[in-house]
Design a protein around this ligand. Sequence first.
Ligand SMILES: Cc1cc2nc3c(=O)[nH]c(=O)nc-3n(C[C@H](O)[C@H](O)[C@H](O)COP(=O)(O)O)c2cc1C
Length: 230
Amino acid sequence: MDCQEALTTRRGVLRYDPRPVEPELIEQVLAAAVAAPSPANLQPWAFVVVTEPELAVRTARYLLDVQDRRVFQEFLGLRPEETGRYIGLYDLFENAPCFIVVCNEPKARFALPEHEGVLRDWTLMCLGAATANLMAAATALGLGTRWFGGFALDGGGSTLKELLGIPDAVEIAAVTPLGYPADDAPIRPRRPQARAELAAFGRGDPPALASLLRGKLPLDEVVHRNKWNL
Ligand SMILES: Cc1cc2nc3c(=O)[nH]c(=O)nc-3n(C[C@H](O)[C@H](O)[C@H](O)COP(=O)(O)O)c2cc1C
């Protein structure tokens, strides 16, 4: 699979086969992650690769709990009785044999106080780039991933940090399962989405949420040629 295909066919995978991921494939996705650009080449990333089965299940359960309470109920405003049908989409999530926790481990502290904010923005961007690289590489290898950020609504994932022994000075930036998708359903093309659909999306709106997640704005909605066209 070439790069273009890996990037455009990637989908967030919620249902996993329990089959372990071969260690050499895990190394390949990590190599893709650290190939990302970073400000002044500071490489602020560190990765916790969770393959020990008990730890992996506890990581999965933590992410599902956060998804229900923090993301669906608090952030998106769904009523507790409404979240079940969405949590149902994660029914084989606990099968995921591996999780990769992408961490922010600053390795230099040279910034002037007035540059700290910019450096933090740049740091988060490059951690995102590393995560995206990792996910694209995984797709190319036939593996599934799903970017999780909901822990940020739950004390920065302090429960997960404690579980995995991540030091206080290190932040979690993103978490993804890594594993073989549970079924080989064909990858359906994205539904073209209207900008109005995003603008209309509100908290506590389950049908809108379901369709929102399946669409993508067409290129013409987000690409301006030469000058910003209104
Ligand atoms: C910063 C960030 C945080 C995310 N957090 C979550 C999350 O907590 N739970 C989840 O199920 N998906 C999460 N996602 C995945 C998005 O919901 C998903 O990428 C989006 O719906 C598009 O679907 P796709 O990944 O299949 O293209 C997150 C994605 C990003 C980039």
